[in-house]
Design a protein around this ligand. Sequence first.
Ligand SMILES: Nc1ncnc2c1ncn2[C@@H]1O[C@H](COP(=O)(O)OP(=O)(O)OP(=O)(O)O)[C@@H](O)[C@H]1O
Length: 402
Amino acid sequence: MGHRRGAAGRRGAAGAGEGAARRAADPGGRRRPRPRDRRGHRAPHRGRARARRRRAARAAPGRRGRPVTGGSSPAEPAIRTRGLTKRFGQQAAVDGIDLSVPSGAVFGFLGPNGSGKTTTIRVLLGLAAATSGETSVLGQPMPRALADVLPRVGALVEGPAFYPFLSGTANLQRLDAADRRASPASRHQRVAAALERVGLGHAATKRVRAYSLGMKQRLGIAGALLSPRDLLVLDEPTNGLDPQGTREVRELVRSLAADGATVFVSSHLLAEVEQMCTHVGVMSAGRLVAQGTLDELRGGGEAHVRVRTPDVGTARSALAGLGLVLVQATGAAPSDRAADDAGEGSRDGVVEAVLDGAAPPPERIVEALVAAGTRVRGFAVERATLEDRFMALTGEGFDVVG
Ligand SMILES: Nc1ncnc2c1ncn2[C@@H]1O[C@H](COP(=O)(O)OP(=O)(O)OP(=O)(O)O)[C@@H](O)[C@H]1O
């Protein structure tokens, strides 16, 4: 169960806070100032951004809400790595991972503490250099295309840090002012829109020290949304939140994806990932041990058939006769029909077998059991839960509370 670490701990451990997240979200403007016109004013980017938005809208006409800005094909993964490795001395914190995050997915990056999630995110955002391997983000090679890609990526890494004595609006205005590409003339609208988007419009003038943790986290996400983004990278956005705050952030994350952005969200909470994600990648000790849609991962678990009967021996023979591999047979073996007939009753036992692709359908199995003389008192086809599956993959438990 829980190995939760507080937001302050996270900041301390990774040695970066708002500055890093902000740089991650927006380094292009700082590193590559826009050219100036004859009067010394910076050339506006608005026309280019509009053109990009129009292209994106044509590429993904079904999407609603805030337009995406990207030029990458929808079929192209939003994030792809090949053999990505990050070593700290002898330790491989990330060990040759091949990650593929489909465009438009809400991708849950799940793993126990210390499994390499934050390190991967830091490499993806150019906050740390990979030791080896290849990475592309929004269809462009990283870190080569960092300056082009990062303005299209909103990030919340290491938890948000704000001035507690300033209002939500004043904090976001300061953040926006640090973005050299952002026009001061439209700052007010941008900040108001971002606050509305995360449901903080009503608390815009309130000082941040009076915000709940969930509100602070949503303010952090608002900071990542000050300009349109194609990809949002959120590192444990519900860490340390109470159930209400967790619910608020979870709903927000789902709605961001509905707007058309790809959302890459790390978590050590299985239930959280199940509730808000369409896809999942599972990290264990630096390795990516599984990835796919939630259904694919669920389907990856073996299905079993469980029969409750007093006729354990008969059931075993019938299932074996159908070619099923028995995994357990417990209880009232051998069959004691005589005891039953004498009104003494017989104890039920359980016979369980693996249901692989070659197995007959459940109704045929029941038929065969009954034909063999098994008194079937219970019959179930059970598939491994995601939790069973992840336990098997990682050898560790996950927090299951949301
Ligand atoms: N700067 C660093 N120097 C040395 N080791 C590091 C550094 N950053 C991370 N590590 C180590 O790399 C491993 C992976 O850490 P990482 O923070 O990526 O895991 P995580 O899955 O994000 O865990 P958490 O959920 O606790 O943040 C850990 O063993 C950690 O101690």
